[in-house]
Design a binder for this molecule. Sequence first.
Ligand code: SF4
Length: 341
Amino acid sequence: MRPFIYERVNTVADALHAGALRESPPGSAAEATPEFLAGGTTLIDLMKLDVMRPARVVDINALGRTAVGHITESPNGLRLGALARMSDAASHPVVRRNYPMVAQSLELAASAQLRNMATLAGNVLQRTRCSYFRDVSYSNCNKRIPGSGCAALEGVNRQHAVLGTSGNCIATYPGDFAQALIALDAQVELSSPEGAHLIPFASLHRAPGDTPHIETILSPGELITAFELPGGAWMRRSVYLKIRDRDSYEFALASAAVALDLEHGAVRAARIALGGVATVPWRAREAEAALVGQPFDQAAAEAAADVAFGAAKVREHNAFKVALGKRTLVRALQQAAAMEV
Ligand code: SF4
């Protein structure tokens, strides 16, 4: 691991002040802002692999003792502090009762030890597991070295995305919790020296396009301080289903976050997000529209799944994800429809 400056802060204001500094890592002429350290389960990993090389790391864990670490219910819904630990959010009684999809997405991620360390904001900002990105012996990775090419296009791409890809990057967004947030129309609170403001969670991540190294709309030094989820009784009819190579401590090959509002067996509203198959948290709005107004049955679910993957682009090793993703979505919809709420 390369040398870096370690700094600990106790307030959001101090974090934003420290986060605005620009300096060059040893051996590099390029200036960059510091990296915030929370659970560290992504950052430290990538620093050890030499993929991320911050000159300064700002430890914000002390902010977890403030509102930034708390989970609170309000008449409008639920506020999840950005530094709440994944395990605390997954076991919170309000999350479990009113947002089962959220609790499941957190419980099915990583390992118990990692869930005890990792924070909610760190989880949504985790970086791809593309092996060419994480192995610096490969020189062609546009995400790690802009303009260098993409080894995965003609390489081993079984884990890679089929939705939201570009000719510059096909890396899969690896998270689970983000699928629940985007499905439920969550908002994310961003804090900067100018103050705090909310944006739709769906705006946070950027598809790779021509600039796969730019993964979010966060400005340098900007900090995620909370997630806000709307209330609504029908969110209790929600499911997160994750399919993976092994049943524990593994990333999704395909996943589906679904919530259904049913009335006399017909779909009044639907929310669908897909994981393991796309470059960013992926909301399947056309599939939702295909369900609305239909009596819910297997044929309706299969038709929606066909719509969800209508734009899929496959590579040599990942074509199986289209069929797997469709089956995953159909099963998740059937499980949600069968729930007693
Ligand atoms: Fe890099 Fe993206 Fe290509 Fe992976 S898929 S090698 S992250 S550019």
